[in-house]
Write a protein that binds this ligand. Structure first.
Ligand SMILES: [Zn+2]
Length: 152
């Protein structure tokens, strides 16, 4: 199994919220890698074209007002893209990325989210003609309104 991760996800200076708590990523990665048998792979940030698949220019411009958040959120979306490409090859994969994205809609975001990571990844697979639809199992305590919005 592959784990998509990038060392920059250990940074906590991009936000002051529950998802950016110091030590969070370290504990997750220690638990995963400690089990053994995993191949940790890194990735590139999502491009502006990738972000535009799911978000309006206004929303993207709003996130760029905070460059630390923009860089981390672009890296997170890039991780989701890589994970989707690996999964499409029928390889098991887990993306250990932050900030999260399921509350990031076309024109707004909340709940520690900036860009809709899963939505961008799926829209990119669709743009390439690799999928027509997808089933998303979201096990957060509430609806992934952003994921629904970017696909409507
Ligand atoms: Zn949530």
């Amino acid at each position: 199994m592959k784990i998509v991760f990038y060392e920059d996800f250990k940074r906590t200076d991009y936000a002051a919220d529950g998802a950016s708590v110091p030590g969070r990523m370290e504990r997750i990665m220690d638990a995963l890698v400690g089990e053994g048998g995993y191949d940790v792979v890194s990735h590139e940030p999502a491009s502006s074209g990738d972000l535009s698949l799911a978000h309006s220019k206004t929303h993207i411009a709003g996130i760029t007002k905070d460059m630390k958040l923009f860089e981390m959120a672009s890296l997170s979306a890039g991780g989701a893209i890589l994970a989707s490409e690996i999964a499409f090859k029928k390889e098991p994969v887990f993306a250990c990325i932050r900030p999260p994205g399921h509350h990031a809609s076309k024109n707004s975001s909340w709940g520690y989210c900036a860009f809709c990571n899963m939505g961008i990844a799926l829209l990119k697979l669709r743009e390439k003609g690799l999928i027509k639809s997808a089933f998303v199992l979201d096990f957060d305590a509430h609806t992934g309104d952003g994921t629904l919005d970017v696909h409507s």
